[in-house]
Write a protein that binds this ligand. Structure first.
Ligand code: KIV
Length: 266
């Protein structure tokens, strides 16, 4: 069995400029397949609201849902670092964040992910001071879909770009170990990744970041007809799920994913 991936190992991948491969998973069997393909991090995403529960947003997902799926994934994983999302409004306040993080960490996560910038900094500080690793999530933050008036590219105007730069820096300073940037112009994502010392994982953020993440169902061609442009169907040229997962890891490592057509300009 190869050694479990740690935060230090992720930081070393960034220093060596080896792209980090991350995928979501929600159950033990597919988590085992994702782990076997050599993915570094498995995200138990609250996207389970969409792809497992059939909802149109992640807003209805609960801490109970996250703890259940985190425990399922944990049983399938030997190597990858397991990150669990804290769901909608379960970290709106430091005490709430601590309690929600306790639930998913005790279910088997090694890191929690939460969305947003300035409003979550106190929670990030408290969690990390008490030994709970945190992944931030900026750009398109799906839990705020109603506030954002839809799933749209973020950071196109000068003021929004500045805010993203500031919030990324503030999350690192507050103790975050990892940052997901979703649906932002590639040039901005590249600039943020090179200015931070923590790894920046992109989804719809271009290739010049420290790694990539996709929702597993999207990577397996199950995203339906209207998938975002950053999705690539790795099943299309692979006969089996294990082959598709290996193709994803190889495409991330070689920086052949995402290509320009799968990224956003300014
Ligand atoms: O919930 C999720 O799957 C996510 C990824 C899209 C980054 O947050």
């Amino acid at each position: 069995m190869s050694r479990p991936v740690t935060i230090e190992a992720l930081a070393a991948l960034k220093r060596e400029r080896t792209p980090i491969a991350m995928l979501t998973a929600y159950d033990a069997t597919l988590a085992r397949a994702v782990d076997a393909a050599g993915v570094d991090c498995i995200l138990v995403g609250d996207s389970l609201g969409n792809v497992v529960q059939g909802r149109t947003t992640t807003v209805p997902v609960t801490v109970d849902d996250m703890a259940y799926h985190t425990a399922c994934v944990r049983r399938g994983v030997e190597r990858a670092l397991v990150v669990a999302d804290l769901p909608y409004l379960s970290y709106a306040g430091v005490d709430a964040a601590v309690e929600s993080a306790r639930r998913v960490m005790q279910a088997g996560a090694a890191m929690v992910k939460l969305e947003g910038g300035a409003p979550v900094l106190d929670a990030v500080r408290r969690l990390t001071e008490h030994g709970t690793p945190v992944c931030g999530h900026l750009g398109l933050t799906p839990q705020s879909v109603h506030q954002l008036s839809g799933y749209k590219v973020q950071g196109r105007e000068a003021e929004a770009r500045d805010r993203l730069r500031r919030e990324a820096r503030a999350l690192e300073d507050a103790g975050a170990s990892l940052l997901v940037l979703e649906c932002v112009p590639s040039s901005l994502a590249a600039e943020i990744a090179s200015s931070l010392s923590i790894p920046v994982i992109g989804i719809g953020a271009g290739v010049e970041v420290d790694g990539q993440v996709l929702v597993l169902h999207d990577a397996l061609g199950l995203g339906g007809e209207r998938v975002p442009r950053f999705v690539r169907d790795f099943m299309a040229d692979s006969g089996t799920i294990p082959a598709a997962l290996s193709a994803y890891v190889e495409a991330v490592r070689s920086r052949s994913f995402p290509g320009p057509a799968e990224s956003y300009g300014d």
